[in-house]
Write a new protein. Structure first.
Length: 141
């Protein structure tokens, strides 16, 4: 029986519409952490659908967002997360002691085409990879 019974770290990505940056970040973390991190995303004013240019840019790197639906930010989601990352959009996020809060200043992909979204996507991937190394590094082989 493995002795690794420590709970998985949990991360919540927040942006206004939960249709672009937070969706990309959550998808990268889910994909790259391979189950080592519990992942959530939400928005204070969620859109009806994921931004089509964001979905296209993520498809190009093999991640399908077509089934994702933007979700409303809840106090419970914040309370259940160890790390809360806002995506540079001035969100009012409930603050609880013992949580780690980060703000990733990133351009908003709203209204942009896939060409404009790709550099945002790539920056998010870089930041997510660094986050994984910090909170859930792969076990040594």
């Amino acid at each position: 029986m493995p002795e690794d019974t420590a709970p998985r770290p949990s991360v919540l990505f927040v942006c206004v519409h939960n249709a672009g940056r937070s969706q990309m970040a959550a998808a990268f973390l889910t994909h790259l952490a391979a189950g080592r991190v519990e992942v959530r995303s939400a928005g204070s004013t969620p859109a009806d659908t994921v931004n089509p240019a964001v979905a296209e840019a993520m498809r190009e790197v093999g991640i399908d967002l077509s089934a994702n639906i933007p979700k409303l930010l809840t106090t419970e989601a914040v309370q259940a997360s160890d790390v809360v990352i806002t995506m540079g959009c001035g969100d009012t996020c409930p603050v609880f002691p013992g949580k780690r809060y980060l703000d990733w200043q990133l351009p908003d992909p709203a209204g942009q085409n896939a060409d404009a979204v790709r550099p945002i996507r790539d920056e998010i991937e870089t930041r997510v990879r660094a986050l994984i190394e910090e909170i859930a590094p792969a076990a040594p082989r």
